[in-house]
Design a protein around this ligand. Structure first.
Ligand SMILES: Cc1cc2nc3c(=O)[nH]c(=O)nc-3n(C[C@H](O)[C@H](O)[C@H](O)COP(=O)(O)OP(=O)(O)OC[C@H]3O[C@@H](n4cnc5c(N)ncnc54)[C@H](O)[C@@H]3O)c2cc1C
Length: 406
């Protein structure tokens, strides 16, 4: 087990500085353009691939770093660069983590490279869980997976929504219900390989923020995938379903998918911190240089204290994220839903800090001449996706009370 440390060490600091350079030199100058275009920034993803940031190797290296802070440091720097571009670059990891967490070594070896493609021919991947009637309530998924034993194939039918990279991905990872009587415990994840007939993109959403990241519906109409596309394999699924059936009777079965979500939440919190830090820095600079009533506006306690609170909350959020990331990397159980705590606090902090930054910039903050307007729009998703703030509070409340709070 690695000792928790606030000193990331020389290797992590070098990675941070390297990513900071990419964020400052490549992402920031392109951010406003791709926000306006509302299109997938393929050239930026390709730049990231060329330097090795967009690759399975990079994420695996950070993911398995025992300090736990490799992923949060990387996320914070990229999202300090820009959240829309950041999500376009890291959106694939949602699907990659699903394969890493649930797949066999052979499945990881087969699908991970196809998710990222190559620097000359980059690809993206999508993780498709949410449905029109199953957002927070993941137990309500209607997409069905039925096994065709004669052909050793799974047949998928349903409609997924809000899928990052949905429809433009080479590889889609789809969560579907195998046994509807078991709720979330009756679900399994399937890889849909590139070019599989029956999978198509539905509506592409026009969004408030993170507009360079593609979000769309994915329609699955009689999609047939080989038995080998069931993540983890059939014997493991059968065993898990049998345990769930017993667990349902005894009320004790644990949901592995929810545990995976809980472990990935600190990384999302780190993205929110990147946005908050970026907005805070703009506001601090502005407050020092903007003169009203004959003095810089930061000379007013009303403004200076706002900045003091912004910085304090950002640092507090980072501490929660690093703690949870270290715990996850060192197999420490989240006894008080520390993963949810970190995402809740970081998401709310980003939304609050960016709104304060807009206020400090006054009229300029409200225009697209300055980046805080975009950062504020981008931050709003951090209290919604990967579990809304209310759902994080529900998880924390259940965890600390041991009661089935509703
Ligand atoms: C830009 C974007 C990208 C996304 N990317 C992906 C992706 O790649 N893959 C994927 O699978 N999904 C993705 N999602 C979906 C996202 O995870 C869901 O939107 C989110 O889980 C919330 O679900 P919902 O929108 O259905 O809200 P609902 O569940 O309908 O919630 C509506 C409101 O009710 C509240 N609420 C619901 N239940 C409770 C409760 N029990 N107690 C208190 N309050 C409650 C919520 O907090 C929320 O405020 C994405 C969404 C967006 C907008």
């Amino acid at each position: 087990m690695s000792t928790f440390s606030l000193d990331p060490g020389a290797d992590q600091l070098a990675v941070r500085d390297w990513l900071h350079g990419f964020a400052a030199d490549v992402m920031r100058p392109a951010a406003a353009e791709w926000d306006e275009r509302e299109e997938t920034p393929w050239p930026i993803i390709q730049e990231a691939a060329k330097i090795g940031v967009y690759s399975m190797d990079f994420y695996a290296q950070q993911y398995f770093d025992p300090s736990g802070v490799g992923i949060p440091i990387a996320m914070e720097e990229l999202f300090w660069g820009d959240a829309g571009l950041g999500l376009a670059i890291v959106g694939t990891t949602l699907a990659a983590v699903a394969v890493l967490a649930n797949g066999t070594d052979e499945q990881i070896g087969t699908w991970a490279p196809q998710m990222f493609g190559t620097p000359d021919d980059v690809k993206v991947a999508a993780f498709c869980s949410s449905e029109p009637d199953a957002g927070s309530d993941v137990s309500a998924l209607r997409t069905r997976a039925v096994y065709d034993e004669a052909k050793d194939e799974w047949v998928l039918n349903g409609t997924k929504t809000w899928a990052t990279n949905g429809g433009i991905a080479a590889v889609h990872v789809v969560v579907a219900t195998v046994d509807p009587t078991l709720g979330a415990k009756g679900q399994a994840s399937f890889v849909v390989p590139p070019g599989t007939p029956g999978l198509s993109q539905g509506q592409k959403f026009k969004k408030h923020g993170i507009r360079a990241s593609h979000t769309a519906e994915v329609v699955l109409d009689g999609v047939r995938v080989p038995g080998s596309c069931l993540l983890g394999g059939k014997p493991k699924l059968d065993e898990r379903l049998a345990r769930a059936r017993e667990g349902v009777k005894g009320g004790k079965s644990r949901n592995a998918a929810m545990a995976t979500f809980e472990a990935s939440r600190p990384a999302v919190g780190a993205q929110a911190i990147g946005i908050a830090r970026a907005a805070y820095e703009v506001a601090l600079d502005y407050a020092k240089t903007r003169v009203q009533f004959g003095r810089p506006i930061i000379d007013n306690q009303g403004v200076a204290f706002q900045l003091a609170d912004m910085k304090t909350r950002i640092d507090a959020a980072r501490l929660l994220v690093w703690r949870a990331s270290w715990m996850a990397a060192n197999n420490q159980p989240f006894t008080s839903a520390e993963g949810s705590m970190s995402k809740l606090y970081a998401g709310e902090t980003a939304k609050w800090v960016t709104s304060q930054a807009m206020q400090i910039l006054g009229g300029n903050g409200y225009t697209r001449e300055y980046p805080v307007e975009r950062m504020h729009r981008d931050s709003a998703i951090y209290t919604i996706f990967e579990g809304t703030s209310e759902i994080q509070r529900l998880v924390i409340a259940r965890s600390i009370s041991g009661l089935p709070i509703r």
